[in-house]
Write a protein that binds this ligand. Structure first.
Ligand SMILES: Cc1cc2nc3c(=O)[nH]c(=O)nc-3n(C[C@H](O)[C@H](O)[C@H](O)COP(=O)(O)O)c2cc1C
Length: 285
């Protein structure tokens, strides 16, 4: 993909699993490192770090993913991790997605590779501190131009139900949580950007409620697609990813707004018990 503007990059990004075997040149890798060091935090007190791996990536993927790892052929991977206790997974998703979208804007292909179900093993394999949280690696490089490469990504998108454009009313609710709706024109570009966000197993756990001039973000508490156990906490990581898409869209469109992370105790509009309140965006019009 050629370079794209920031907003366009959010809309067009797709996960790529087959890559050109040629590594990126050193100047481009330097740009990647710079991007990784310049992300905006959600919780400034959390410590975020990113390592760039160019050796042994394919073997690490096989160790982490088994046979499926052999299908992913990237020459490089980012290992982003976070140390801290305040909303760590949401903050991690928020920071990593900023890197991913900006790589897309540079014409670099990416794919998240989830590690939450075996986080301890990933920490050991990658030599991370014992208190590091790692929700996913990000593999990256130039997309393979071969038919086989495109076919694999097309197949995965079909299997995961990502082949058609997202239906906004599935995710957006106006004034009340039982009123699915099209977003008003002023919010539409943000919601369009949000629903293009990647999510683990394409679970798309996000729900947005526009009420009293606040955009509340919820994630579904339980998502069968993630699978059992620790994988259920991808909802927090995916929530951070979707928040980053909205922040980047605001930057691209010259809009101002501020996220506030929520807890179970924060007063939020009435919502179904299956929805976990995650954050609220106040927009300065
Ligand atoms: C946290 C996370 C973990 C993911 N893990 C994997 C993975 O292990 N293997 C894989 O092929 N894709 C993985 N993906 C990619 C998703 O399947 C993909 O984002 C989703 O199907 C939507 O497709 P898109 O990114 O092309 O829009 C992951 C995505 C996220 C956000």
């Amino acid at each position: 993909m050629a370079r794209a503007s920031l907003y366009q990059a959010i809309l067009v990004r797709r996960s790529v699993r087959r890559y050109d075997s040629q590594p990126l040149d050193e100047a481009t890798l330097e740009q990647v490192r710079a991007l990784a060091h310049n992300v905006q935090p959600l919780v400034p007190a959390n410590y975020f770090s990113v390592r760039l791996h160019s050796e042994g990536v394919r073997q690490d993927l096989v160790t982490l993913l088994g046979a499926y790892g052999r299908l992913i052929t990237s020459p490089h991977a980012l290992v982003p991790y976070l140390q801290g206790t305040v909303h760590p997974l949401t903050d991690l998703g928020y920071r990593v997605e900023q890197i991913v979208v900006r790589l897309t804007a540079l014409g670099i292909a990416t794919c998240y590779i989830g590690t939450l179900p075996h986080e301890e093993r990933a920490r050991d394999l990658l030599g991370l501190p014992s208190d590091a949280r790692i929700g996913a690696l990000v593999v990256f490089g130039r997309a393979a131009e071969t038919m086989g490469g495109r076919a694999l990504d097309g197949l995965v998108r079909c299997v995961l139900g990502r082949a058609k454009p997202p239906v906004l009313e599935r995710f957006f609710f106006l004034e009340r949580a039982d009123c699915p709706a099209q977003p008003p024109a002023s919010l539409r570009p943000l919601i369009e950007a949000a629903v293009r966000a990647p999510s683990a197993c394409n679970a798309q756990p996000w729900r947005f409620l526009w009420h009293d001039r606040y955009l509340s973000l919820f994630v579904l508490r339980h998502n069968p697609r993630y699978g059992p156990g620790a994988a259920q906490r991808y909802n927090l990581y995916d929530g951070g990813i979707v928040m980053a898409n909205i922040t980047l869209a605001m930057e691209a469109l010259g809009m101002q707004g501020r996220w506030q992370l929520l807890s179970e105790e924060t007063l939020v509009p009435p919502h179904p018990p299956a929805w976990l309140p995650l954050a609220q965006l106040s927009l300065a019009w």
